[in-house]
Design a binder for this molecule. Structure first.
Ligand code: ADP
Ligand code: MG
Length: 464
């Protein structure tokens, strides 16, 4: 991955843009890039430095990302509160020592951990419903801005691309660096993030489920190989690990959890805010905790990141977009897609936030491919596909016979979304109905009938 055309080898202490940005720790990575905590010595603040792979294909998409981010900033008269703000960008020539190649670098405000880490923190048992409502409202707000104001489709809405904001980065980092400061939050987050499968849970069937889910989810969060030099960054990696979990003094709120019947007794329940993260508690049932929990939910703010695959809405595109589990039916069958593809992904994401499980996790078999299984799973939940989908895509004939039935698929087992929520996730009927009512217009298979972000913002389910 660090070979020519790949990620840039970065070492803590490396500087970029004539010494302006000095790298302090690694914060994340994606298919296109690695992202680093850096000190902006000119502006005297910390920033997130995204260093894109050097292959021309990645450079091109990075330049497109910059163009779209700048367009969004112009359209929004500056920044939008739920879309990450680009502060600066430049080229970095790695030179022979750095493996060669030129890398596009983007500078963003520092954000905290992703929704994937947040779900992990809740042992993939689902987040409290009110927290999901807050997050969903904000992501919809960000999408309404991208879609309607900027004319941009994100095309890769998924938990990894929604990050939690840090209230005061400098203050937080200052506290973490102070040696006298107890590091209890830091070590607890390391415990949760580094050895998730060992986190105790309350019942044995739950434990099996959690382990299976964690194994699955670990697969997609595996770090790319570190460059040799980076192995000496342990002390700063501690800051990074804290930072990546930052803003996350997460209390498990058993009272409002969607899966309260199986809420685990986690060893690390933290009742205070991120900026006061010294109190590690194991008292989910303590009624005194509830107020704090609510307060924490109130403060959560998220931003959409990674416009690396974003496109203009009017582009008449047909190419394959979206990460598999969040891929919309029109994309699978090869139709022209638009901004509603993001809404489908968000519908899948909201289900996952509530339950800890993918809504659709297609598998290939000897008799059918992943796309066949994906369409089968969608039909199982939605019952029928509109004629436009069955005949209208470039690949429709590969998937459907003349009767409009799937050519290659296992026997279908139809289930209603509200029944899945009720029967599999033990949600009370009213709650299952409410969620299903909100998700159905997002998961409308006919994209021309799928709700827009703006319409969904008015949905009553989002009220707290
Ligand atoms: P890619 O295009 O390679 O997927 P992303 O923009 O998604 O790149 O960034 C990769 C990862 O880096 C994210 O999933 C996140 O963990 C981390 N990251 C990205 N932007 C920031 C930021 N502004 N602050 C903190 N971490 C970030
Ligand atoms: Mg990404």
């Amino acid at each position: 991955d660090y070979k020519q055309g790949g990620y840039h080898r970065v070492q803590v202490g490396d500087s970029f843009h004539d010494g302006r940005y000095v790298v302090e720790a690694k914060m994340g990575w994606g298919y296109f890039s690695t992202v680093w905590l850096a000190n902006d010595t000119l502006m005297k603040r910390h920033v997130a430095l995204k260093i894109v792979k050097s292959d021309p294909h990645f450079c091109k998409s990075a330049l497109e990302e910059i163009e779209l981010l700048e367009q969004a900033q112009t359209a929004g008269n500056g920044s939008h509160q739920h879309v990450a703000q680009l502060l600066h960008h430049f080229w970095h020539d790695a030179g022979a020592a750095g493996g060669g190649g030129k890398h596009v670098c983007m500078v963003f405000e520092v954000l905290g951990e992703s929704l994937l880490s947040l779900m992990k923190r809740f042992n993939y048992r689902g987040l409290p419903v009110n927290m999901v409502k807050r997050i969903t409202r904000q992501v919809l707000d960000g999408l309404a801005f991208l879609h309607d104001t900027c004319g941009i489709v994100h095309t890769d809405i998924k938990p990894e691309n929604i990050l939690i904001c840090i209230p005061d980065v400098e203050d937080y980092l200052e506290k973490q660096k102070r040696p006298s400061q107890p590091r209890r939050f830091s070590s607890s987050s390391t415990l949760l993030l580094d050895s998730p499968a060992t986190t105790p849970v309350s019942d044995s069937s739950g434990r099996r489920l959690v382990k299976r889910k964690m194994k699955r989810q670990q697969k997609r969060t595996e770090d790319p190989p570190l460059g040799g030099k980076q192995k000496s960054t342990n002390n700063l990696q501690q800051i990074q690990s804290t930072l990546s979990s930052l803003s996350l003094a997460v209390p498990l709120d058993s009272s409002s959890s969607s899966s309260s019947s199986t809420t685990a007794s986690l060893p690390t329940i933290i009742r205070s805010s991120a900026l006061d993260c010294t109190a590690l508690m194991d008292d989910t049932d303590d009624p005194d905790n509830q107020a704090d929990d609510e307060a924490w939910h109130d403060r959560i703010t998220v931003k959409i990141v990674d416009l690396g695959n974003a496109c203009r809405i009017d582009g008449n595109f047909k190419h394959v977009i979206q990460t598999r589990q969040y891929r919309s039916p029109e994309v699978i069958i090869g139709m022209i897609w638009n901004d509603r593809a993001d809404i489908w992904s968000l519908g899948c994401l909201v289900f996952e936030l509530l339950t800890g499980d993918y809504l659709f996790d297609p598998r290939a078999d000897t008799k059918y491919g992943k796309d066949d299984d994906h369409l089968a799973k969608i039909i199982e939940l939605m019952r029928v596909l509109p004629r436009s989908l069955i005949i209208g895509g470039d690949y429709s004939r590969e998937f459907f016979n003349q009767k409009g039935e799937l050519r290659h698929a296992k026997t279908l087992r139809h289930r209603r979304l509200r029944d899945v929520l009720h029967d599999t996730y033990f949600m009370p009927p009213e709650q299952a109905d409410g969620i299903s009512d909100f998700l159905s217009p997002m998961l409308e298979v006919d994209m021309t009938k799928r709700a827009s972000a703006n319409t969904l913002l008015k949905h009553g389910w989002l009220d707290l």
